[in-house]
Write a protein of this length. Structure first.
Length: 338
């Protein structure tokens, strides 16, 4: 490996604000801790938590990089003293604790995985945030199993695309919501049995119609307060409502809680970033064992909507906030080493 530079380009968001605050800056390379790898970033993913961080609403946890970016793919260029699996030159993707919008990024070894067979940097970088999140929530907290029915809101978001494919791959019946005919068509192409245009029809009534009045066993929600009451009405007995974001509020008012008792519902949810390295490492091991083979066989995979050079991160955030995308928005950072 060539000698590492002393500085790198990264995207600074300053004190926070709109997309325009995202500007290139120069700073020192991060140093890997004993259990970390240093990655020369080839591509990075853009995610809703990045937008929240840019706005000042989602600060990084203690000890994490203040630079935005939670998923990267690239080449290992240095390793901490405790790292055993990876060596310089290995191509990996990682769920970072921050720092992804940069030419170099550190990540714990436990949160780092090899590229699935046949993947390039952009597709590999599109995996960690959504696949870790969906696996933890849909199959962990949601306990989704073959033969059950799941409703996935935001079916064409990065999370939604991943959730539809994985739920279908593991034998569930999949219902998804989306905001246009084009997006509903994309949901069906990804494997959804039913796609509901929430702008044209009441998704609660549609769920009842397509489940024979029984409701769904699992519901993955990123909308939050605005959907909470209607989500409860969608649930089958012993159903699990899993909340992973609050795009339309986190305070639900005047909610009738009786369905929770009458249907024996579980209402749960989680965030990914505050989890410990051990917790994220356990998810990584499960993904590599159970999902990476599906990716290698082409049975599921990321949908890339658009890519932007790292220096155009502001444009990537504007697209994210428009909600017109289908799938992932990515940043390209560098080319693979010769």
């Amino acid at each position: 490996m060539t000698e590492l530079p002393s500085t790198m380009t990264y995207i600074d968001h300053g004190a926070g604000g709109g997309p325009e605050v995202l500007v290139p800056a120069t700073g020192p390379l991060p140093s890997p801790k004993p259990d970390e790898v240093l990655i020369r970033v080839l591509a990075a993913g853009v995610n809703r938590p990045d937008v929240q961080q840019r706005m000042g609403l989602y600060p990084p946890p203690p000890g994490a990089s203040p630079i935005a970016g939670l998923e990267v793919a690239g080449e290992v260029v240095a390793t901490g003293a405790e790292v055993r699996r990876y060596k310089a030159g290995d191509r990996v993707c990682a769920l970072a604790n921050g720092g992804g919008y940069a030419e170099y990024c550190t990540a714990p070894e436990a949160q780092t995985l090899p590229w699935p067979a046949g993947f390039d940097a952009v597709r590999a970088a599109a995996l960690p945030e959504t696949y870790f999140t969906v696996w933890a929530n849909l199959f962990g907290h949601g306990r989704l199993k073959a033969g059950e029915t799941v409703l996935i809101h935001g079916g064409t978001s990065g999370i939604g695309v991943t959730a539809i494919q994985l739920a279908k791959a593991f034998g569930a019946k999949v219902l998804a919501t989306a905001g246009s005919a084009e997006k509903c068509k994309a949901c069906r192409k990804l494997g959804a049995d039913v796609a509901i245009n929430y702008r044209d029809e009441d998704f609660v009534e549609a769920v009842k119609q397509h489940t024979g009045g029984n409701g769904v066993d699992v519901l993955l929600d990123m909308v939050g307060a605005a959907y909470f009451q209607r989500n409860l009405r969608c649930m089958a007995k012993d159903g699990r409502l899993v909340i992973i974001a609050f795009l339309q509020g986190h305070e639900a008012e005047k909610v009738d809680l009786r369905p929770i008792m009458l249907k024996r519902l579980t209402v749960t949810g989680s965030t990914m970033r505050p989890r410990t390295t051990a917790e994220k490492g356990a998810l990584a091991a499960e993904l590599e064992a159970k999902v990476w083979p599906l990716l290698a066989r082409g049975e599921c995979g990321p949908v890339i909507h658009a890519t932007f050079p790292l220096r155009e991160a502001a444009a990537a955030h504007r697209l994210m906030e428009s909600s017109t995308h289908i799938g992932k928005i990515m940043l390209t950072v560098a080319e693979p080493a010769a």
